[in-house]
Ligand binder design. Structure first.
Ligand SMILES: [Zn+2]
Length: 213
């Protein structure tokens, strides 16, 4: 046994692994009981969400995003992979692009949750994640703090593409964690297309049941 593995086993004894959602002892960050409680959504034309933003999925995303539980990227990413395999024709997709965070937010949080999800997709689907191509040039307020009208204004013109050549004629899978009114993803789509993307599929982990998330 390597030193690393021994260390892991000792840590497991002191801090047994638990499900991040319900706290039950479990080897994976998600237990099976919580996993099966996720309400899955039916596929839509070009804008896909895996499940509704409530219960298990909401708790897991919240911890993943705000409590630095980055190990949840793996099971949450796997949900995306399963969804893609079942409902999206991956053969046509040439790159995975995360909805970007503004540099300041990225610095505060330390990671872009959507980009971590993209890396999981890349691992399983053999399509590269291209981070940094689409970026947030203007800082925006969190969408959930705003009224519907302000949400549109908030994201309009907030994104920019760096490296247009890379995008020219490409079919893109745009990934985000939560879909609320759809203004963020549609603004990203507009900018990607304006900069040469041939096609943009939208894939979000969850869809808000109402827009007050
Ligand atoms: Zn659980």
């Amino acid at each position: 046994m390597s030193a690393m593995k021994i260390m892991d086993s000792i840590l497991d004894l002191i801090f047994p692994k638990k499900c991040h959602v319900c706290g039950a002892l479990n080897d994976e960050p998600f237990c099976m009981k919580c996993f099966t409680k996720i309400q899955l959504l039916k596929p839509q034309a070009f804008s896909h969400s895996v499940g509704t933003y409530q219960g298990t999925l909401k708790k897991a995303i919240h911890k993943f995003k705000f409590n630095k539980k980055i190990e949840l990227a793996q099971p949450l990413g796997y949900l995306l992979v399963k969804y893609v395999n079942r409902h999206i024709n991956i053969a046509g997709i040439e790159m995975v692009v995360p909805v970007p965070l503004h540099a300041r937010r990225l610095c505060e949080r330390g990671y872009n949750q959507s980009e971590l999800l993209c890396h999981e997709l890349t691992k399983y689907l053999n399509v590269p994640t291209v981070g940094g191509l689409l970026y947030r040039k203007r800082e925006t307020q969190p969408q959930f703090e705003l009224s519907r009208v302000d949400r549109f204004r908030n994201v309009r013109g907030a994104f920019e593409v760096k490296g247009r050549k890379l995008l020219e004629g490409k079919s893109v899978l745009l990934v985000d964690d939560i879909y609320t009114t759809g203004y963020t993803t549609s603004e990203c789509t507009r900018v990607l297309k304006q900069n040469g993307a041939r096609f943009v599929h939208i894939l979000t982990l969850s869809r808000a049941v109402d827009d007050r998330v």
